[in-house]
Ligand binder design. Structure first.
Ligand code: PEP
Length: 255
């Protein structure tokens, strides 16, 4: 099945409102026509509203980096999926390894967030990936399958295509050392098998991204793998020229 490539920028804990707008302006200058490819940026919560305004009239979608599982209530400091919709988000990242590592998010928590995001009409981007020690122990497929099944528990086959899954080996994030494209593809094949076993035919529509030290120089290796439909880009999404190179690579593979 032909799936539309998707390139997502995760800005993490970077950019004031002014810096975020400057980055969007830089992106608008650097990015040509993005037709044939979907592009989204995920600024911090505080910049979402301003970035939505700055993106107006472009084909770049807005996403958030996390959400809470409840729509309202006594959850000081949290932001609900409905609030993200209200501010113009289409996507929300859930289960990023930094949230799992620093904020103790379990698969059960990630699952609650993902279900709440779907209920609010957002497209969740579920991040999964093994740590270096899992990889060394030969447990990559097992760990990734467990995160996938745990994160997607309770999602119906009808709603599954609204979910995007990002395979992000933890050891490759922010290290400058990406996975080898053929290794990422092998894991992605296992992920597709897992999705097919659980959700059948509708899993074919789920887009699988690779994330972990993606750059303009290496992205073609990943996008050239038939099982990989795009990229989740962290550090280099803060550089408009480099991010535009990554998008251009996705577009050129498409045409
Ligand atoms: C990420 O944080 O999702 C990520 C992939 O980061 P980086 O591109 O910096 O490795």
């Amino acid at each position: 099945m032909k799936r539309r490539p998707l390139i997502v920028g995760n800005w993490k804990l970077h950019n004031t409102v002014g810096e975020a707008i400057a980055l969007v302006e830089g992106l608008k200058r650097a990015l040509g026509d993005v037709a044939g490819c979907e592009v989204a940026v995920c600024p911090p919560f505080t910049a979402l509203y301003a970035v939505r305004g700055a993106l107006c009239g472009t084909a770049i979608a807005l996403g958030a980096q996390d959400c809470h599982w409840a729509e309202r209530g006594p959850f000081t400091g949290e932001v609900s999926p409905g609030m993200l919709r209200d501010v113009g988000c289409r996507f929300v990242i859930v289960g990023h390894s930094e949230r799992r590592q620093h904020f103790g998010e379990t698969d059960a928590v990630v699952n609650q967030k993902l279900l709440a995001a779907l209920a609010a009409g957002l497209n969740p981007i579920l991040c999964v990936g093994e740590r270096a020690r899992d990889r060394e122990a030969g447990r990559t497929q097992e760990v990734v399958a467990a995160q996938l099944e745990g994160g997607l528990a309770g999602v119906s086959a009808a709603r599954l295509p609204e979910v995007v899954v990002a395979y992000e080996p933890v050891w490759a994030i922010g290290t400058g050392t990406p996975a080898r494209p053929e290794d990422a593809a092998a894991v992605a094949v296992g992920m597709r098998q897992c999705l097919r076993a659980g959700w059948g035919e509708s899993s074919e529509a789920v887009r699988l991204l690779y994330g972990g030290s993606v750059s303009g120089a290496n992205v073609r290796g990943f996008l050239g793998q038939a099982v990989i439909d795009g990229a989740l880009v962290g550090g280099l999404s803060l550089d408009p020229v480099e991010f535009a190179r990554i998008v251009e690579a996705a577009r050129s593979l498409e045409t």
